[in-house]
Design a binder for this molecule. Structure first.
Ligand code: PGA
Length: 235
């Protein structure tokens, strides 16, 4: 595990963009595992700037996102598909047909979970998976539990996640209570994992995840077992 301490959010974002950019340059047709949440936004801005400067080319990149809220259509401005379009995809030359976000409105959610895992497998797995971390240690929407779930699955969101995410919605009650999330198998099988954590409020859970016991009660703690994990943090 490599931990990079940065001075501030801008530095964190540039360092994260360095690693993602290096991945795209070294393998133009790479599969990027992407994340939503507020932490990666700065890195996405950096990547857009580098694309605009002519330093990065996304034309051969494929992306797979970690998760999506159940019940939100792609054009809902709180959906993670909408987030990815507005924060990254609309501003770079990625082929939208090669961007994948699990569907939160599939008629058969179980079939959608299976489809998503099959897709990742057919793509040959993920080259670089970007992750944020929730205050409860979640990665994607893998919430604290007494077991790890390997496959993409539907999850009931925990109270602290709903509370944290309610800042983006009109009220707590408006936050979807379930989501579809990539499971631990696809995340742990990614060739590289990049975890970003910003703010004093993330320090305690980050310490638990990186140096505490490996337990599904702190889902991110499993990353200690990943052979190529980079963590970038700032307080
Ligand atoms: P945040 O979310 O980047 O908005 O803090 C991280 C997460 O919940 O995974």
């Amino acid at each position: 595990m490599k931990v990079i301490h940065t001075e501030n959010y801008e530095q964190l974002s540039r360092q994260a963009a360095n690693i993602i950019g290096a991945q795209i340059i070294s393998k133009p047709n790479c599969v990027l595992g992407l994340a939503t949440g507020s932490t990666p936004i700065g890195a996405y801005k950096e990547l857009i700037a580098r694309y605009e400067n002519g330093d990065l080319d996304f034309s051969e990149v494929t992306s797979v996102n970690l998760d999506e809220y159940c019940g939100l259509t792609p054009d809902n401005d709180q959906s993670y598909r909408y987030f990815m379009n507005t924060n990254l995809f609309d501003h770079v030359n990625i082929n939208k047909d090669k961007t994948n976000v699990p569907s939160g409105i599939a008629e058969d959610p179980e079939a959608e979970c299976e489809r998503y895992d099959r897709l990742i497998e057919e793509l040959g797995g993920i080259d670089l998976q970007l992750l944020g971390i929730g205050h409860n240690g979640h990665i994607g929407f893998n919430e604290p539990d007494d077991k790890y779930t390997k496959a993409t699955h539907i999850v009931e969101l925990g109270k602290s996640t709903i509370e944290a995410n309610s800042r983006f919605f009109a009220s707590y009650d408006d936050v979807p209570k379930s989501a579809i999330t990539m499971g631990m198998k696809s995340i742990m099988n990614a060739k590289k994992v990049l975890l970003v954590a910003s703010g004093k409020d993330k320090q305690e859970i980050l310490k638990k995840a990186l140096y505490g016991p490996i337990t599904p009660n702190v889902p991110a703690s499993i990353l200690q077992l990943h052979p190529d994990l980079t963590v970038i943090e700032c307080q």
